[in-house]
Design a protein around this ligand. Structure first.
Ligand code: 2P0
Length: 355
């Protein structure tokens, strides 16, 4: 690799006559987390991170990751600061590998990355979704690449499957590709954040990092869960019904389908060997309490991801009733209220050096 600096602003590399121009200025990107209404669980390729099923999600305004990345001509290794602390070796490796993928080579200048979540990390609140969406945007820009939303979504997916959906605001759908190279596996926008004013209340039941990561959970499920093939074959119908329910703004149908997909996924994971159970006692208690509330006439529906946190989908007029119910449950530590949120974006105003 030949390296030379251009007026102190860029780091230019030349490998096999391919010239790449890395910005030495910091780049800051923000991406919001998302909640899957029709769940992604299972991979058809771990190597290329290709999902086995499509998914439909809602991006959330209240949960976000802000990531600043700066390439350097002096750093010897990548650095990652996550929520004000040096990241673990495995988190750093995941980010370094992702930067290699984005650059198309490990022959690249090293970067310092500072990433902050405004919510607990690694406990099933989709920190990898907002994290890799923000990183894809910042890295692409730092590498001088002009990426379409489709290309950004594809790139984010290589970091984390759910991140592909966080490129967009509002409702989006992760499409299932057929090719082995993943070129067709990216998310597309369905409706933006102004389309439908629904609410998602996140009931935090634990700040602990989950014991089993999503990737390991999916691999185990794929290999050992007896209903796995049915999960995959019945998925297109779930997606079709959800698309229609959202198109018609049919809240009851949307909620029913979301709950069904949630329990179908968790039932599948529980049937893996050894079983995968992401819930705690407060998770289970909250399910029952929301169902009792629904019987009393409040349309509220639960969904749960790869962690013990509860997410309750409701309409704006039901927020107070759901919050009252959650406040009575032992083990619910805090409640975050979210609305449909925006897609990922670059913060043009932040440009202080971080190196
Ligand atoms: C989803 N989850 O659709 C599903 C539902 C959790 C339950 O995608 O292995 O961090 O990095 O592609 O995206 C969480 O898994 O997994 C997830 P990888 P990811 O949101």
């Amino acid at each position: 690799m030949d390296v030379y600096k251009e007026r102190n602003h860029f780091f230019v590399t030349k490998t096999h006559s391919v010239i790449k121009k890395y910005s030495l200025s910091p780049v800051t990107a923000v991406a919001h987390s998302n909640i899957a209404l029709i769940k992604y669980w299972g991979k058809r390729s771990v190597e290329y991170n290709l999902p086995a099923v499509g998914s439909i999600s809602l991006t959330l305004d209240a949960l976000h990751t802000k990531t600043t990345l700066q390439f350097s001509d002096t750093l010897k290794e990548d650095q990652l600061i996550l929520n004000d602390q040096d990241a673990t070796a495995s988190a750093l490796k995941r980010v370094s590998d992702f930067l290699d993928i984005t650059a198309g080579s490990s022959d690249r200048p090293k970067a310092k990355v500072i990433s902050e979540n405004n919510f607990p990390t690694g406990a099933g609140l989709a920190s990898s979704a907002s994290g890799f969406a923000a990183l894809a945007l910042a890295a692409g820009k730092g590498m001088g690449q002009s990426l379409s939303d489709e290309a950004l979504s594809r790139l984010a997916r290589m970091g984390s499957g759910s991140a592909a959906r966080s490129i967009y605001g509002g409702f989006s759908e992760m499409q299932l590709g057929t090719k082995d190279d993943g070129s067709e596996d990216f998310a597309v926008p369905l409706y933006d954040e102004n389309y439908w004013d629904v609410r998602l209340l996140v009931a935090v039941t634990s700040d602990e990092k989950k014991e089993l990561g999503s990737t390991e959970g999916m691999v185990r499920t794929t290999k050992t869960a007896p209903y796995y093939e049915h999960w995959v074959s019945s998925h297109p119908n779930d997606l079709r019904e959800m698309r229609q329910a959202i198109a018609e703004k049919d809240f009851e149908k949307t909620g029913e389908l979301a709950e069904h997909s949630c329990f179908k996924m968790h039932g599948l994971a529980m049937a893996a060997k050894p079983p995968i159970l992401y819930w705690n006692a407060a998770t289970t208690e909250t399910i029952h309490r929301v169902w009792i509330l629904r019987k009393s006439g409040v349309p509220a529906y639960v969904t749960i991801d790869a962690g013990p946190q509860m997410k309750i989908l409701c309409l704006p007029e039901s927020v107070d009733a759901v919050k009252d119910t959650l406040s009575e449950i032992n083990g619910v530590r805090s409640v975050i209220e979210a609305k449909p949120g925006p897609g990922a974006y670059i913060m043009e105003t932040v440009n202080e050096t971080i190196i």
